[in-house]
Design a binder for this molecule. Structure first.
Ligand SMILES: Nc1ncnc2c1ncn2[C@@H]1O[C@H](COP(=O)(O)OP(=O)(O)O)[C@@H](O)[C@H]1O
Ligand SMILES: [Mg+2]
Length: 231
């Protein structure tokens, strides 16, 4: 099992619980979309998997290990196995696409000879082989997202977490990016992609977990009735 939530609840300090008794498992090589309206707790749930937030109640398992109360020192090793595409991990504007993707390896002190080819290959794979020396300010939103995806993959993680990866791109690019996640999953990684954009993922035929009212609805392959603005 890659991720396990057993009756997990989360409350931010002094606030009521925003996630209540959430249970699910994600097995090796499984793919899941995580949907729900804005404010439902999608980002919070992903951050609990990344161990940035700890549950108020319940238990979290990662890679088969109970990590609910894992000591701080254990977190870097666990996190190295997780590739994240989160809004707040932006690309660095003064580095090229290549350097941005290579950064996690560089920071880990790995010899460039060991990752140079991988970085090139990843950038080719996301369709940016020709933009390898471009810096983020000269890239489009979709190109930036694909660089961020390549960066999340460079350490060959067992689990990929993406938070609204199609947030700032047009629907055609959005679909392309979602398909990259699906391809990636076919190569073996377990993947969770959070998005409020149900229309974008309906056609992709992948299992959906739906968060609403603090609860997880495990088999909402039928999306909820569309009412007004989603976001
Ligand atoms: N660090 C935080 N401290 C307090 N409240 C937070 C924090 N992060 C998120 N929240 C609140 O938790 C709820 C869920 O937020 P979030 O997980 O970002 O939802 P989503 O990603 O589905 O839009 C919201 O009401 C939000 O305001
Ligand atoms: Mg969010």
């Amino acid at each position: 099992m890659i991720v396990g939530f057993d009756n997990v609840s989360l409350a931010y300090e002094g606030e009521p619980e925003i996630l209540r008794e959430v249970s699910f498992t994600l097995g090796e090589g499984e793919f899941r979309f995580l949907t729900g309206p804005s404010g439902a707790g999608k980002t919070s749930l992903l951050k609990m998997i990344y161990l940035a937030h700890r549950p108020t109640r319940g238990a979290v398992t990662l890679f088969g290990e109970d990590v609910t109360a894992a000591p701080r020192e254990a977190l870097p090793a666990l996190r190295r196995r997780i590739g994240v595409v989160f809004q707040e991990f932006r690309l660095l504007d003064h580095l090229t696409a290549f350097e941005n993707v290579a950064l996690p390896m560089k920071v880990a002190g790995i010899n460039p000879n060991q990752y140079r080819e991988d970085v090139r290959e990843l950038l080719n794979w996301v369709g940016l082989g020709h933009r390898i020396d471009a810096r983020p300010p000269s890239l489009s939103g979709g190109e930036k997202q694909r660089v961020a995806l390549a960066r999340a993959l460079v350490a060959k993680p067992d689990l990929i977490l993406a938070d609204e990866p199609t947030g700032n791109v047009d629907p055609v690019m959005g679909e392309k990016i979602m398909k990259l996640f699906i391809e990636l999953n076919k190569l073996g990684a377990a993947v969770i992609v959070a998005t409020h954009d149900i229309t974008l993922i309906e056609a992709l035929g992948k299992p959906i977990m739906h968060l609403e009212g603090g609860r997880l609805h495990d088999q909402p392959t039928t999306p909820p009735a569309k009412k007004g603005k989603r976001g």
